[in-house]
Design a protein. Structure first.
Length: 134
């Protein structure tokens, strides 16, 4: 019996998720190698929305269903210069840490992506952060 992936939307979604996970694994290995060699990470101009959405999908299948994940993602956030693998890893770490904080009970994890303007005071207290230009 032959099953056509394209004929089954649920199966197609699963295959796509496996492909994305494989790509993330490749990027994670590259990141580990970059770190061990003390090389620069691959930063590029990114829209954070799709990366955050993908991380939320992974979190939903990684943590217990007793933890509700509520996403509030502003579609109009500006792009950033970052490494997509590092952003994804930060999201996974934050979500996993939140789950560990709620481990023995049900809970709600709110994920919010919104525009935030860095002022001179905040920029002065953080390494590599510059204030927004006015």
């Amino acid at each position: 019996m032959t099953i056509m992936v394209a004929d089954d939307p649920k199966l197609l979604e699963c295959v796509e998720a496996v492909g994305q996970a494989g790509s993330r694994a490749i990027n994670l290995v590259r990141q580990i190698l970059t770190f061990s060699r003390h090389e620069e990470s691959k930063r590029e101009v990114l829209d954070l929305g799709p990366i955050v959405k993908e991380a939320i999908k992974f979190l939903k299948v990684s943590i217990p269903s007793s933890i509700e994940i509520v996403a509030n993602l502003d579609a109009k956030t500006p792009t950033v210069l970052a490494d997509s693998t590092q952003i994804h890893q930060v999201m996974m770490n934050l979500g996993t840490n939140a789950w560990h904080a709620m481990r023995d009970r049900a809970g709600r994890l709110d994920v919010k992506l919104e525009n935030f303007e860095v002022d001179a005071d905040l920029a002065g207290s953080q390494l590599y952060v510059r204030p927004a230009s006015t």
